[in-house]
Design a binder for this molecule. Structure first.
Ligand code: MG
Length: 307
C-alpha cells in the first residue's frame, strides 16, 4: 500500500522528502515477503529479528532499506493446549466502549451524531460567501436552486462517519454528467459523486458512487431517478507533516450506496480536480460541502459522527 501511495504521489507531481513519510519496513515470514501483517499474532511466532542498515540491504536489497522484520512461525504442534490457559488473560476489561444509542430505524441518527439537516432548515449551513443558503427547503427536503451555489456546513470536520440521503429529479433530463448531478465534498475538497447513474452512461470514475475522476465504484447500485438513495460513508482525513506541511498519509474512504459497498477503504489521490491530476494541499479540518451542478438534486437526513 505504501509503495502504491508513493507512486501516486509521484503521479501528482509532488516532491517528497523521505523523512516526511512514515516508512514501513519489509516483513518476512518464514523466508517469504508478506504485505498483510494484521493477521499475525505474536503467540504464533517463534522468533522475531530486526535487521537494519547494511545488514538489511545486503540480504534483501533495496526492498530492505527501511529495515526488515524477520519472523519465524511456531510449528502448529508447539502451540500449548488451550485447556491450560487462563481465559482472563485475553479479556480487555480496562478499555470501555462508550455507549451510543442507535437510531430507532436504520438510517436514523444515533445518540452521538451531529445532525446537519433534519428537514427543518439549513441553519447548520452557509453558502459559498458565508450567508444563508438559497437552496429550497420544503416538506423536509433541501433542494439545489440552480445558480445559487454550493452549501457548506458551518462546522468543520476531520474523520467522520456520514449518513446522507439524496434524490435526483424524477424527470431524467440531459445525459452523462448533466443528469441529476450534485456532489458531496468531504472536508470541502474530495468529491463523492452524486449523479443519476440509472441507465445513464458517463465515464465510470464520474458516475454515482465514484470518487470523482479518481475511483470507479465497485458496482452501480443506483436507484431510478426520483427515488431516494443513501450513502453511508467512513472517511479518514489525510495527515500532513506538522513540520513541512507535506502529505504523510492520504485520505481514505469507504462508501455504501443503498447498502451496497461501492468504495472499500480506497486512498484518495488528492483534492478533486475537473482538469488534470488531483493533488494534495495542506489543510486542517474542513466543512462538508454539497454541490450545485445546475440540477435540482434533493437531500434529506444528513448526519455525521466524529471519529
Ligand atoms: Mg458532481
Amino acid at each position: 500500500m505504501k509503495r502504491i501511495f508513493i507512486f501516486t504521489l509521484l503521479l501528482s507531481h509532488f516532491v517528497v522528502k523521505a523523512q516526511d513519510i512514515q516508512l514501513t519496513p519489509l516483513y518476512v515470514l518464514d523466508g517469504k515477503v508478506i504485505k498483510d501483517i494484521k493477521w499475525i499474532s505474536p503467540s504464533n511466532l517463534d522468533r522475531i529479528e530486526v535487521l537494519k542498515g547494511k545488514e538489511a540491504t545486503s540480504k534483501y536489497g533495496d526492498a530492505g532499506k527501511n529495515g526488515v522484520i524477520v519472523m519465524t512461525s511456531k510449528p502448529a504442534s508447539s502451540i500449548p493446549a488451550r485447556e491450560s490457559l487462563d481465559p482472563r488473560v485475553t479479556e480487555l476489561w480496562d478499555i470501555k466502549a462508550p455507549v451510543v444509542t442507535p437510531g430507532k430505524n436504520s438510517g436514523d441518527a444515533p445518540s452521538d451524531a451531529i445532525v446537519l439537516f433534519d428537514g427543518k432548515d439549513l441553519s447548520s449551513w452557509s453558502n459559498g460567501s458565508g450567508s444563508n443558503p438559497a437552496w429550497e427547503v420544503k416538506d423536509g427536503i433541501a433542494t439545489v436552486v440552480k445558480g445559487s451555489g454550493e452549501i457548506k456546513t458551518k462546522q468543520e470536520f476531520g474523520d467522520i462517519q456520514l449518513h446522507i440521503e439524496w434524490r435526483s429529479p424524477a424527470a431524467a433530463e440531459g445525459d452523462g454528467q448533466n443528469r441529476g448531478n450534485s456532489g458531496i465534498f468531504l472536508q470541502g475538497l474530495y468529491e463523492l459523486q452524486v449523479l443519476d447513474s440509472y441507465e445513464n452512461i458517463t465515464y465510470p470514475n464520474g458516475q454515482a458512487g465514484s470518487i470523482y475522476k479518481q475511483h470507479v465504484p465497485l458496482v452501480n447500485a443506483s436507484r431510478k431517478p426520483g427515488e431516494w438513495q443513501v450513502y453511508d460513508v467512513i472517511y479518514s482525513a489525510p495527515r500532513f507533516s506538522e513540520k513541512s506541511g507535506r502529505i504523510i498519509s492520504p485520505a481514505y474512504i469507504t462508501v455504501l450506496h443503498n447498502g451496497v459497498l461501492v468504495q472499500n477503504h480506497v486512498a484518495i489521490i488528492g483534492g478533486t480536480q475537473y482538469k488534470g491530476m488531483a493533488a494534495y494541499k495542506t489543510h486542517g479540518k474542513g466543512p462538508l460541502t454539497l454541490q450545485d451542478h445546475g440540477t435540482p438534486v434533493s437531500y434529506r437526513n444528513i448526519w455525521v459522527r466524529e471519529l
